[in-house]
Write a protein that binds this ligand. Structure first.
Ligand code: GLU
Length: 427
């Protein structure tokens, strides 16, 4: 393919995705050629991004966009700003987007982008310059009909507004549909900010129902209190769940009787982090992961539950708010131990679902109320959960009765295979 191939194979996350592709391939009858094609992304773009820093120095950052597959529709996926970003990581996340969009029945392919940078050490002026230059470098490859970026770790609606403006300036006219997750005032969708977290909560609710439990009164621990975790906290609390523990990069807090979320949000306006919030005790990240709760939501980065700490997990349900928070070993071990692990491509799909709503609202120049967005989101998340749940029963293997990761991947692959066959792409 291209020189990036070796880099992909060196990435743990990329190999993890290949691993779950292979595993699903062993369980379903699927054309081998389809699997082989999906193992490599269609296109990988690497760019250098020179930025004049505030002290007049020029720093050159590495930027990536990987377009994995567009059989089902235009490429779609977020842009990540993080120091750990690499071609392999971006390619893995791009392929997860292909499976996520397929599973959710969206007319979209999969892509992901990223810049190797710690955004917290850049000034706003530097971040804007970085984003604008990155967008210029990507502009031949993106567009409302081609590839539509969105926020991910380290980026937000402001980043999307800069991307939209740069792309529109270069095209000579306003193209609001080139990105999703932008501010409502410039074509964003109502409810996009809370969408991923809300989707996680709908999925947690459905999973609890399979155990004849309801969300109301269920205990929840949330790792990561950013764009995803914060909204999991707000939405789950509103539906009566008891949020007993929360952690962010600076540390965690614990209260077995439930944390008062609106007070915490007020506290964070001043203090930025959850640390030292009154009426809670401090808790480490590892302690949070091993709490005996009904639902554990890892909503930060990948590989936080792995071979070394997987034996400590006591939660009954894990809902993956982040992409790839469990390593394959951890996922398999917990599934064997009867923990219901709801995989990322299903659990955190709410973000891209509302991105899809935003994209069609932009194309139609007609905007929906927040309630309409929430209703439609609930319908898609619930239907997708049902599909995966029903599929998981067909395995009937005693030790892996409810292997939701394998089932989600299988449902996604079967839809892709069908589409590839119809398009004459599967020989
Ligand atoms: N970054 C989010 C994800 O991983 C959203 C992607 C999008 O909205 O395109 O699903």
């Amino acid at each position: 393919m291209y020189e990036a191939n070796d880099e992909l194979l060196r990435s743990h996350l990329y190999m993890n995705v290949i691993n779950s592709l292979e595993k699903a391939g062993e369980h379903i009858t699927i054309n081998r050629n389809v699997l082989e094609r999906l193992k490599k992304p269609r296109r990988a773009i690497r760019v250098s991004i020179p930025v004049r820093m505030d002290d007049e120095r020029v720093e050159v950052f590495n930027g990536y966009r990987v377009q994995h597959n567009h059989t089902l529709g235009p490429f779609k996926g977020g842009i990540r700003y993080h120091a750990s970003v690499s071609m392999g990581e971006v390619a893995a996340l791009a392929s997860l987007m292909t499976y996520k969009n397929s599973l959710l029945n969206l007319p979209l392919g999969g892509a992901k982008g990223g810049v190797q940078v710690d955004p917290s050490v850049l000034s706003k002026v530097e971040l804007e310059a970085l984003t604008r230059r990155f967008t210029s470098e990507l502009s031949p490859f993106i567009g409302p009909d081609k590839d539509i970026p969105a926020p991910d770790v380290g980026t937000d609606s402001e980043t999307m507004a800069w991307m939209l403006d740069t792309f529109s300036l270069e095209s000579g006219f306003s193209q609001t549909g080139v990105v999703t997750g932008k501010p409502v005032e410039i074509g964003g969708s109502r409810g996009r900010d809370s969408a991923t977290g809300l989707g996680v909560v709908y999925i947690a609710e459905k999973t609890l129902e399979t155990m004849d439990r309801s969300l109301s009164g269920a205990s929840i621990a949330i790792q990561g209190f950013g764009k995803v975790g914060m909204h999991v906290g707000i939405e789950a609390h509103a539906l009566g769940a008891k949020i007993v523990a929360i952690s962010d990069v600076k540390g965690g807090i614990y209260n077995p009787n439930g944390i008062h979320i609106s007070e915490l949000l007020r506290y964070m306006k001043k203090n930025k982090f959850v640390k030292d919030f009154p009426e809670t005790t401090p808790i480490s990240n590892e302690e949070l992961l091993s709490l005996d709760v009904d639902v554990l939501c890892p909503c930060a980065l990948d590989a936080v539950i792995h071979e070394k700490n997987m034996h400590n997990i006591r939660a009954k349900i894990i809902v993956e708010g982040a992409n790839g928070p469990l390593t394959p070993e951890a996922s398999e071990h917990l599934t064997r131990s009867n923990v219901l692990v709801v995989p990322d491509i299903l659990a955190n799909g709410g973000g891209v679902v509302v991105s899809y709503f935003e994209w069609i609202q932009d194309i139609g120049w007609l905007f929906w109320s927040e309630q309409e967005v929430r209703n439609r989101l609930k319908e898609i998340m619930t239907n997708s959960f049902k599909k995966v749940w029903n599929f998981s029963r067909t395995y009937q293997s005693k030790e892996n009765k409810y292997n939701l990761r394998l089932s989600a991947m299988s449902v996604a692959l079967l839809r892709l295979e069908k589409a590839m066959k119809l398009r004459g792409q599967a020989w």
